[in-house]
Unconditional design. Sequence first.
Length: 224
Amino acid sequence: METSAFLNSDPDWEYQSLDVTAVAACVSAPAIMWITEMIDRAELVAPRESISSYHDVVTAGAFFIPLTIAVMLFVVNGWIYAGHRIHVVMGAYLLGVIVFDHVGRTRPLHFVFAVAFFVGGAFLEAVRDDDVPNWSPRKWMLMAPILPGWILLARWTRVKQQAGRAGAILLPFVALGLLAWAVGGWIGERWLFFAEWIALSVLVLNYLRDARNHAHKNAGMPAA
């Protein structure tokens, strides 16, 4: 399916505008932060070392608004569709990344939530749609602290089936991390920013594809 198809009105995709707008906000968020800092400083500057490091950009909305939209994307979709309940947990993980700063005493919590978000996001397909536990949103939230481990252990067969898609999300961290270690310099200081940007983009674009497929599979059926 061509990417442009996502921009056309789809009668079976009830929340198409929400999904497409929120995904666009996620993909463009790092660029918005980077450009905003250059505007604030009135000069060309290199990106910071990570997306999280933009928490103190002068125009604070450039950091908080796109990421909050991403939280809304996951929570709303996960609450509406029983087969997408795991998105409620993904929203909680991302909210933790926003709330807990990457420096100071909250640094460990920040990185716990960040790792959970990307690892959980890499294996979303292992617990989505047909083969999904019949849990309430509340139980999904209670499972949040151990969910990545539960996915890897309890859904190992599904995890192996999704290895390719998971790799597209996790590989940027490994590849750019090794490049930074080998080369150092400019990329060595900023590799995490680009790895997070690539991984986040792949994650939410996978979500967009699945949101469309889910809408068509359940066309005419009442939402859970």
